[in-house]
Design a protein around this ligand. Structure first.
Ligand SMILES: [Zn+2]
Ligand SMILES: [Zn+2]
Length: 190
């Protein structure tokens, strides 16, 4: 049995087509290689959309993923530690956010100041609100974002929604611990 792929137009064995209950022959119209290629191209062409989807998917499955990670860690802590270090090195921006949240939690435990870890919902609100980086005025880029504390933590600023802005990590680094006043249009409340 063979079937013509609607994309590459080759007659191919039905085994190379994915299943689709809703279609008359129970198969998808494109062959698997074409679908994989299509998905890859789409992901490459729409990085921001894909990132938002992946993020939403992670939020939905977070508890399951975390439980699995804990079980894996218990099974082989040394290998998991090494994998963790590798992941951190490969994702410096994400690692920075994780470290910062951890630092905020640690401070909160110590009672130094009112610190909260921002929720996923708040993070999403930040992304929607802060389309532009207030430090340079240019459009934010989801893949090079970082979270800035308008009033730095070291100067008494809090890790709360109102004090957070999405900025380029490059701009965040060059701002450092300085106090930068917000241009008028960025004076947004909660
Ligand atoms: Zn094909
Ligand atoms: Zn910037």
């Amino acid at each position: 049995m063979s079937k013509r792929c609607s994309h590459c137009l080759q007659d191919l064995p039905i085994e190379v087509f994915g299943k689709l209950k809703a279609s008359p022959d129970g198969l998808r119209t494109q062959c698997k290689p074409c679908e994989i290629k299509g998905t890859k191209n789409y992901r490459k062409a729409n990085p921001e959309k894909v990132k938002a989807w992946d993020h939403a998917k992670y939020q939905r499955q977070k508890e399951k993923i975390k439980a699995r990670a804990r079980a894996n860690y218990a099974k082989n802590p040394e290998r998991q530690k090494a994998n963790g270090a590798k992941w951190n090195a490969a994702h410096p921006e994400a690692h920075l956010v994780i470290l910062r949240n951890a630092k905020a939690r640690r401070r909160a435990r110590l009672g130094e100041q009112r610190h909260e870890r921002i929720s996923a919902r708040q993070y999403n609100r930040l992304i929607v609100r802060d389309t532009h980086c207030y430090l340079c005025g240019k459009k934010n880029n989801l893949s090079t974002n970082s979270i800035d504390h308008v009033t730095p933590l070291s100067k008494g600023g809090q890790h709360v929604y109102e004090n957070l802005r999405i900025v380029h990590s490059r701009c965040n680094k060059s701002k450092g611990n300085r106090l930068v006043s917000l241009p008028f249009q960025w004076e947004i409340g909660a």
